[in-house]
Design a protein around this ligand. Structure first.
Ligand SMILES: Cc1cc2nc3c(=O)[nH]c(=O)nc-3n(C[C@H](O)[C@H](O)[C@H](O)COP(=O)(O)OP(=O)(O)OC[C@H]3O[C@@H](n4cnc5c(N)ncnc54)[C@H](O)[C@@H]3O)c2cc1C
Length: 541
């Protein structure tokens, strides 16, 4: 019962967001899952799990209590341990329990294992993004380990368990493992060929000496690292413990003090002749690890769309529950225009991301899908990840002053939002990757583009833009115009994805994103009668 004190009165504040089925409330997502033939009841249970108020609160706790590095004990013995808050462990247990770290590789969720996993990743990241780092790297490492079947056979049974085992023990004594990755060095992240960490072969293994300037999730049980061997840059798997059970020579220097991503530890690390096994051929390091990077780039796009979604859901929930001038914000025309425009953006992003996952899912046996995945993976990562800060920021503003405080999660979402665009290849690198893919497989790229245009044409005359893209690609200005090429390609693909999905919003998205007036701030587009449907679909009551 209210005590009569002012602090006990709600005063037109929206109730806390929580205990929501994040899957079923998100109509564009649920429809994408249905198109992929996924188990909707199971995904709804997953949506309820990550949308539970208790789970959302774990996200708060894990970020308010960041990990701490303990390099030594009080007597000067090396420890190289990172301690995490119990909330982080609880989130890891949940996401490993849902199989997001491995289910794409273990035969579950047929016929669309990557799509089913993508839905769960998209839901999990809404509860908390930081812990997704080791989850996604474990999933993606399998892509690189495929080039070393004996090593994969050794590790896979431990990777595929649904048990989170954070104990600092040799991997073979554990009930489940996680894997990380170390490519970036001080002198070069994008330019990994500039790596100076060196590997010396010793019979069945190598010893690695050098450093990594960013190596996240340092409590993983092993890391894929790049090092210079006699015949060039090579990929290695470096476990935390040597085969004799002693701790490997992996010395953590410090943890990065980051803008966001607080629950995740990102280390600076030195290797002092660390024991490691080669993955792939010597000198083929980039070719080997790119199999991992392609998977993590996909995850960046999925997770960024998830980050935008939770921010938008919070915004819609708030405007439905807050009144200004005796009228709900959700009924104020200027606010409806903003929220509906963000919802339209997410309609397109969800359709596009799941279209890309379908391509990745079929790439091994369908050359056209392989060409789509090759050309579109960097373009989709570019478009989706780069729009996240803008979407999160605008959602934050929908909550007014409350959105800017640390008492609500919007500030945390905002700090997290630029990260996926940097990770695994920053914006320019993605744009240049589109050029590289088009340059290496010109016929496949032309075929992909013309198929996209044919589909997109059902909603929008994309031909003139496609011609401009082809001319720019062939001109001497392609590199300077790389972002124009990349972003336009991704937007044409988004229109095509909406058309393929049978969305009623394909023409609206195309008109407002590719039509006459350039896209400015959310809310400036005229969405006419579509506003209500867009908002209702974004967060179904
Ligand atoms: C929180 C966090 C965690 C991370 N965790 C890991 C990890 O676990 N393992 C790991 O290996 N790395 C990790 N990284 C590193 C990350 O992958 C790199 O920071 C990223 O790839 C960019 O590399 P860089 O920092 O060296 O920047 P640079 O390569 O120096 O790039 C700087 C800028 O130049 C641009 N640029 C690069 N090349 C070109 C070009 N040819 N033309 C035009 N512009 C260009 C880039 O787009 C970027 O904007 C992490 C980073 C962060 C922030």
């Amino acid at each position: 019962m209210a005590s009569g004190f002012l602090e006990d009165a709600s005063f037109n504040q929206s109730p806390a967001f929580g205990d929501v089925d994040l899957f079923s409330a998100d109509r564009p997502l649920a429809e994408a899952a249905q198109r992929a033939g996924l188990d909707l009841a199971a995904l709804s249970a997953c949506g309820r799990d990550y949308g539970a108020a208790d789970t959302l609160d774990l996200g708060r706790l894990a970020n308010e209590n960041p990990p701490r590095l303990r390099t030594m004990d009080g007597k000067g013995n090396r420890l190289d341990l990172v301690e995490f808050h119990p909330a982080y462990h609880a989130l890891m247990q949940k996401s490993i329990g849902h199989g997001i770290h491995a289910s794409a590789h273990d035969g579950s969720d047929r016929p669309a294992p990557m799509s089913a996993r993508a839905v769960r990743l998209y839901l999990a990241t809404q509860a908390e993004s930081g812990h997704m780092c080791p989850i996604t790297m474990t999933h993606a490492c399998v892509g690189a380990l495929l080039s070393e079947p004996a090593l994969l056979a050794k590790w896979l049974p431990k990777i595929q368990t649904r048990t989170y085992d954070p104990r600092p023990l040799p991997w073979w004594e554990k009930n489940g493992v996680t894997l990380g990755m170390g490519m970036t060095e001080r002198q070069g992240g994008t330019d990994v060929r500039a790596n100076i960490t060196s590997a010396t072969a010793h019979g069945d293994h190598a010893e690695i000496s050098g450093h990594k300037w960013f190596m996240s999730a340092p409590m993983c049980d092993a890391f894929l690292v790049l090092a210079q061997a006699e015949n060039g840059l090579t990929c290695y798997l470096m476990p935390r413990y040597r085969p004799d059970g002693s701790q490997n020579a992996i010395r953590f220097q410090r943890l990065k003090d980051k803008l966001g991503n607080k629950s995740n530890a990102s280390s600076e690390v030195e290797f002092h002749g660390a024991w490691a096994e080669r993955v792939g051929a010597e000198g083929a390091g980039v070719r080997t690890i790119i199999e991992m990077v392609n998977l993590t780039r996909l995850d960046c796009a999925i997770a960024s769309a998830g980050q935008s979604r939770i921010a938008l859901s919070q915004a819609i929930h708030h405007v439905r529950n807050r009144s200004v001038f005796q009228r709900r914000l959700a009924d104020q025309p200027a606010m409806r225009a903003v929220v509906a425009d963000m919802a339209l953006e997410l309609e397109a992003q969800v359709a596009l991301v799941f279209r890309l996952i379908r391509a990745a899912e079929h790439a091994a046996h369908d050359p056209r899908e392989a060409a789509y995945a090759r050309l579109l993976t960097p373009a989709v990562k570019f478009l989706v990840c780069k729009s996240t800060p803008q979407l999160v920021y605008e959602s934050l503003e929908c909550l007014g002053g409350n959105g800017y405080t640390e008492d609500l999660p919007m500030a945390r979402y905002f700090r997290e939002s630029p990260l996926n665009a940097i990770w695994e290849g920053s914006g320019n690198v993605m744009a240049l990757d589109v050029l590289r893919a088009a340059g290496r497989h010109p016929e496949a790229a032309t075929d992909t583009l013309s198929r996209l245009v044919r589909t997109a044409d059902q909603a929008f005359k994309a031909g003139p833009l496609a011609q401009a893209l082809e001319q720019t690609l062939k001109s001497g200005a392609a590199e300077r115009r790389a972002r124009f090429l990349c972003e336009s390609l991704a937007k044409i693909a988004a229109v095509a994805a909406l058309v393929e999905a049978g969305s009623p919003f394909a023409a609206l998205y195309a008109e407002t994103r590719l039509g006459g007036s350039p896209f400015a701030q959310f809310g400036s587009a005229d969405l006419g009668d579509s506003e209500t449907a867009l908002i209702d679909r974004a967060l179904a009551a």
